[in-house]
Design a protein around this ligand. Structure first.
Ligand code: MG
Length: 254
């Protein structure tokens, strides 16, 4: 009888403890922006050629900006872009919101030139921030990363908050930078699960900074990338409150 009681109380102790542990299992801490930022190592600096010759679009390219107007673009509500067009380029007008191409794309080769203001203002992510969102979901970061330290996976040429650039090939403020982006879109099954991954290759001023890099999922400022089924999508240029300029934008569907 004594033994039985001992076994019983022992068992109930285990059961109770197990139950209590299950009940008290801690909830994960809510994610903060800093949790997906890493600062070291900083990509080493490579000095690109001083400035590129303007690469005119090839015959099969869809020209998204030829120096004249933003007729290929729109704000989220469908209105005409209120960004400034002048001197053969267009510039973010802070506060007006992002712009998207009217046309949707899947796999493509994109050429886009961008320039940071010569008058430096702000620091880290607040200095010359914009971005190219591939299919409206995956940001290739645009930032004034010339002598401007920030987290490595948030500097110019990064797949934002995912993969830092292999090197920092930034030109100084006031000079034109060039991105040549080769993008393979992810594919999804009918049930919304991932069928095949997306990849991005990026040349920054002719220097390879992303080499067939896996797209881990959506760009998130807070939290981890998410797998989210989608079809063809637009290119989106970010209004992050800084007057970044663009010119010579063209795309080739693959
Ligand atoms: Mg950005």
């Amino acid at each position: 009888m004594k033994i039985k009681t001992l076994i019983f109380s022992g068992l109930s102790c285990i059961v109770t403890t197990g139950y209590a542990q299950q009940k008290e299992y801690p909830k994960p801490e809510p994610m903060r922006p800093g949790m997906t930022e890493f600062w070291l190592p900083q990509p080493r600096i490579v000095t690109p050629a001083e400035e590129d010759v303007l690469v005119a679009p090839p015959s099969d390219a869809v020209v998204l900006f030829d120096g004249r107007d933003l007729s290929a673009w729109q704000h989220d509500d469908g209105s005409a872009p209120r960004w400034t067009v002048a001197d053969g380029c267009f510039t973010v007008k802070p506060g007006t919101g992002q712009i998207s191409t009217k046309q949707n794309f899947t796999d493509f080769q994109l050429h886009i030139e961008w320039r940071e203001p010569e008058d430096i203002a702000g620091e880290s992510q607040g200095r010359g921030n914009s971005g190219v969102f591939l299919q409206g979901k995956y940001e290739v970061q645009i930032l004034d990363s010339y002598g401007n330290e920030t987290y490595a996976n948030g500097q110019a040429g990064s797949v934002y908050k995912q993969t830092p650039p292999l090197v920092n090939a930034m030109r100084p403020p006031g000079k034109w930078n060039v991105y040549d982006i080769i993008y393979t879109a992810p594919r999804f099954k009918a049930d919304g699960s991932l069928q095949s991954n997306g990849f991005v290759t990026l040349l920054h001023n002719g220097v390879l900074v992303q080499n067939h890099t896996l797209i881990q999922g959506t760009t998130e400022y807070i939290g981890l990338p998410r797998i989210q089924a989608h079809g063809a999508g637009p290119l989106v240029l970010q209004d992050h409150g800084n007057p970044v300029s663009f010119r010579n934008v063209w795309i080739r569907e693959l």
